[in-house]
Design a protein around this ligand. Sequence first.
Ligand code: FAD
Length: 404
Amino acid sequence: MRTVVIVGAGQGGFQVAASLRDEKFDGRIVLVGDEPELPYQRPPLSKAYMNRTMLDSGIYLRPDTFFAQHNIELMTGAMVTRVDRVAKQIALGSGGRLDYDHLVLATGARNRLLPVPGNELDGVVYLRSLADARSVRERIDMVQNIVVVGAGFIGLEFAAVAAKRGKKVTVIESTERAMGRAISREISDFFQDAHRAWGTELLFGTTLKRIDGDDHVSEVETSDGRVIPADLVAVGIGVVPNTELASDAGLRVANGIVVDTQLSTADAAISAVGDCVNFPSHFAGASVRLESVQNAVDQGKAIAARLMGKSISYNAVPWFWSDQGDLKLQMVGLTAGHDQTVVRGDPAERAFSVFCFQGGKLLGIETVNRASDHVMGRRLLAQPTSLSPDEVAAENFDLKAYVM
Ligand code: FAD
């Protein structure tokens, strides 16, 4: 194998390229990304970058010298428009073509758009790219009333930054609780109280019906008839995986590009990594698509190892974090579908952990300002564990002692 072409120069694509060099791959690596930037990390876009505690230079995964030093051909601002599996070539929007021996699809995901009247008005914004974050960051300074649509991680992180900057923030969420797709009710309740204490109004069980304004947004109306003044509407209602290159090339797509435990598509010359991938997960007990840095990084490393002839069966422990105000939420495992929780620590002291079980089996641990439980949880879940709810609930339970 002489040439590996990677489509998408985000977290996962970058990791494949860097790990191939770590694994001593001496062939050609071409990393093709449609954004005009060096590969960068997205998490700070709604956190430290948004609240200006991270400088522009801190956002990049590596300085530009890294790519030349590691002989990685980075093509920025280059959109891949087609994969020709027979010729083993990709086509670029600029008209060129590139040969590959192995192709990695690392195309990530794009924002789900808000399907309501007025969504085209100036002042309706999304947060996915560095360009989005730069623009939103400037706009916050110039507005007072901010409506956030969606109480998921990104929406709430942004809401926390905006509230801290003294803005009047209203969050509109169609379901009954915050971050409900991914975390336990205990954590939702805690964060809802925290956001309210920071001055943010949270509206649950209602959706956005209409956005009004002349050229620029001035107010929104909810499905239950409230009219809320808004100078900025920040939409965070989830993402859609970028799978079109794969499906157009005849590869299977089902909520992501379908891969096996080797992270290979049905075409042995094409792998896929990160947010765009649907893979069999032992932790989910099914195939799953995850949107996290951990997933993109660990899958990137695994693909590089496989391309260098190592045997892999991707099974990394999933973990995730979210920073909201002074609160650090960390999750390990996949806790959706749990039927029992045990809380350790004290929410009133703003440091606690929620152990989530299903049928007595530990699915994962969600922690707030308790990094040590998170770290221990990652070690614990890396092996099969019989830790029971009763053991966790015992007065003298010590997770660290249990794991070590
Ligand atoms: P991406 O990093 O999105 O990279 C995909 C790249 O492919 C993009 O640059 C895209 O433009 C490019 N591309 C797509 N199609 C083409 C094409 N045809 N040709 C060329 N290039 C193409 N995760 C966490 O774990 N913790 C967090 O706290 C967290 N916070 C986040 C906050 C924000 C605001 C956002 C947006 C995401 C956050 N995430 C977080 C998620 C995390 O950033 C993603 O899971 C991760 O970036 C996925 O990496 P990826 O390589 O799959 O996709």
